[in-house]
Structure formats: C-alpha cells, structure tokens
Design a protein around this ligand. Sequence first.
Ligand code: 13P
Length: 251
Amino acid sequence: MRKKLVAGNWKMHGCLAENDQLLADVVDRLTGLSSDQFAVCVPYPYLFSVQNTLKDTNIAWGAQNLSQFEKGAYTGEVSAAMLKDFGCRYVIVGHSERRTLFNESNVVVAEKYSAAQHAGIVPILCVGESLKQRDDGITETIIAEQLAEVIQRAGVESLDSAVVAYEPIWAIGTGKTATPQQAEDVHAFIRKEIAKQNSSVADNLTILYGGSVKASNALELFAMPDIDGGLIGGASLVADEFVAICRALVH
Ligand code: 13P
C-alpha cells in the first residue's frame, strides 16, 4: 500500500511563540489518529524547538530547502547533515518559489535531492507548471523535464525513498485550487512517466498535491486514485484547517 502523507510548508512564517501555539493546538488533536502520515516543514531557525516539541508525537518535521554541497565555504547555506542533526525526516526540494525567485535550475534541484538522500533524509521533490505553460499546452513536457533530471542523476529507484509533490504554480497561494480531475490527470501522468522506467517504483510512489488545499477541498482531492496526500502552505498555519486536512487523509 502506498504511503499517504500530509505535510505542512510553513514557508517564511512564524515566530517561537506562534509556532508553540500552533503545534500545541495541532498535536493533541492528531494524537492517536495515525502514525507516519503527518509532517511540518519549518524555517531553519525553528528546527531545534520544533524537534523538541514533536519528538514524541506522530508528527514528523523537516526543512524547506538545503544546500547541494556537503560542507565547506558556503556562507549562509545549510547542509543535509545539519538537517539530519536536528532530526529532519523530510526536506522540500525544488519548490516553485525556489525555482523562480532563487533561480534554482533542474540541475541544482537534482543535486539537492541527492544531497538529501545521501544524508538519509526523504526529499519532497516539487514539480509543476506555470499558468502560461499550462495555457501553452506544455504541462506534461515541463513536468517530464523536471523529473528527468532527477532520475538521470539519482536513478529511478531513488524514488523509492522520495516523495513527489505536484504543485501547479497558478494554484499556489492564489486560492485557485486545481480541480480534483485536473490534479489527478497530472498525478497519473507522473506515475505513468516513472512507470516507463520502473513500474513498481511508480506504483509505490507517494505523490502529493499542493496548491490552495484547504479543509473544504481536501477530501475530494485525496479521494482521487493517484493523489496520496497534500503539501499544504497557508492552511498549515491555521490549526483548525491543518487538523481537518490531516483528518481528511485518514478518514
Ligand atoms: P498554498 O497551500 O498556500 O497554496 O501553498 C502551497 C504550497 O506552495 C505548498 O508548498
């Protein structure tokens, strides 16, 4: 059975007091619900405190980015080993905000993916098209390219220890969610694309949908056959919303 997952992406939000309050509101309400299916990806400075808060709970934690380099003179960067030191189970790589605002290419994203895996951290590899690319009818081409670089570098079997997140850029933070069918079509394409190289890897791969997931639309999205959960931005900062989305996964 494919693993299901809801992961929050806090992005650059929060402070110690707010994070404590949010997690206090979430932890109790998810206790006993399921193990191994919930996570939050937090800003680097809060990893220490989040690790302490979550270590005996059923919520895993991770980061939102990492360096592609192992160590050295890279001022301001954070390595995979450092994330491992703080108990990170996951790290988001290739989020569209990193690709577009910080010019991360498919090559850099693939290097980061490998760096995470070498340290024993599960990369959550984000792929997705812009509105223009969708309108131009090249969604599948773009996503195939984003996947190909990673597969070429790390091998298709590496996806056994990874999660893929389909996040259409036009649906991120816009309130404009892909319809369940639109999302399903791309998820099925991703699985088919990977199955060309290894069908069992494709069958077992957890593929999340991200882009304006809310309590009100999570159930119908998660009901689609190739959608195995969600990567949640804004709604992961609101305890009631995040708890409801997690419940929708395991209902
Ligand atoms: P929103 O849920 O705020 O649209 O963000 C999605 C996202 O980018 C998660 O990584």
